[in-house]
Design a protein around this ligand. Sequence first.
Ligand code: GLN
Length: 579
Amino acid sequence: MLDTSLKRFFLNFSANVHRPTRMAENPVDCMKYIVVSGGVLSGIGKGVTASSVGVLMKSLGYRVTAIKIDPYLNSDAGTMSPFEHGEVFVLDDGGEVDLDLGNYERFLDITLNRDNNLTTGKVYSSVIERERKGDYLGKTVQVVPHITNEIQDRIERIAHTPSDGSDETPDICVIELGGTVGDIESAPFVEALRQFQFRVGRENICFLHVSLVPVIGVVGEQKTKPTQHSVKGLMASGIQPDFLVCRSSEPILSEVKTKLSLFCHVSETSVFSAHDVSNIYRVPMMLEEQGATKEICKRLNLDLSTERPLLEEWGNLAQRMDELSGDVHIAMVGKYTGLSDSYLSVIKALNHSALAEGVNLFIDWVEASDLETSNEGSETHSKSWDLVKAADGILVPGGFGDRGIEGKILAAQFARENKIPYLGVCLGLQIATIEFARNVLGLAGANSTEFDEDTPHPTVIFMPEGSRTHMGGTMRLGSRQTNLQTTDCAAYRLYNGAMEIQERHRHRYEVNPDMVNDLEAAGLRFVGKDTEGVRMEIIEMVDHPFFFATQYHPEFKSRPNRPSPPFHGLIKASLGREI
Ligand code: GLN
């Protein structure tokens, strides 16, 4: 149970803060842009830095939105493997986008659209389509100006699209340029952003470059050369960074800041250290304490004089994160367990839930195929089963393809038979249903047609509206409504008494409606269905403390201060706490 002060903290966390009047008084379109680029290495926290800068701006009362530029040729992330690219994040509108959009939604508590993820694929398809229509008749269609104009038009349009649930135009747009400066793919975007300074006015756009300062040698010398080189690359493209955010394991020394200022043509007060901290909620405060908000406001002519309750709330959140006590162990039985980015939102949702319960979360990664009987006798088999057996709760996340399916089914069976708290997400619901059909209804060979087209008992089947020829954007995607069928279920309690639930989807297969009656008669409860009542959305189980699975992906809407209800349910049940 949350104590009252904690409850108040959660309720207040995203309360609307006072908006300064300055922006409203501005006579012209005064959208401000903060462009975040990266140098030296990918994966150094550009997304977290950009989101944190967004939080600082939001704390001033401005409406902040975000655009992620991904310079690849795919239209969207939907067809990319989580192995290569990390999780595919799903938006309300069904957009399948880069996982950084998840960072923005969680940090800024906003709802983005598919267009907020700008890719080379999207830009080129629309220019080529227009060329075919004859829109550029007589002209040679070129990267400059046609592609670069299209990029700028899109940025302006997207920046002005409301994203905070109101119909108000945002005041500030954070643009994260994916990849690292100097990549061939990003060149047209860098060029478009160079031109964009003149379109919107230098006083309305600033450039922040995130770079790496490695610490080497026994004395721990902080090396500036990689940053110098990456800034040179940016300047050669016509962009002079206004701010440097230096990732490092240690706080950047003041003499190192001086050196960077000197060699990178950035004022000393505009070089910020982004060193390792105990948790990511500390990043906004870390930048704040070095004067980042003040410097950005000065550069963009923004009003700094306002109370900032949001900052205090972030400070509290970071503090609470450092004061967790007690442990909860969740066995995550998945396929991409070597790469935690593949399940980023699931991890976040678990973290938010553990934070709400004030406990340390331990995720025990279990490669599903290691659990299979074909591996019996091997060390990985016994070690994996040890992890599953020792866990307080078991989670089977979403997935595609048949590798590891039998292992996941065994994990669901173990959870059901031993009354271990279980959460299944999407595929995790489908395999739990298959397991029940096989082992409770006694239907040997029951399966999903995704894994066995000739199964004698098709328990999970291809949805009629799906496409078998086009893979991109053809799944059942985005926000759909689930109607609860009864108030006598965990879902009703977890969703605070709501009978209608909006969550995000991404799947091609569903529980076979023809088998629902038999499954239900044997004790599998379909407590949530779509609005037509034919598509199974939530399952629970009779005589089990917490066996909960959803066809939708609840992880995408989890927030640090509002954990996703099913994940919160799993953590509570795993701790033996009341739901
Ligand atoms: N592969 C399954 C389907 O397409 C599950 C998808 C998922 O877990 N996201 O329905």
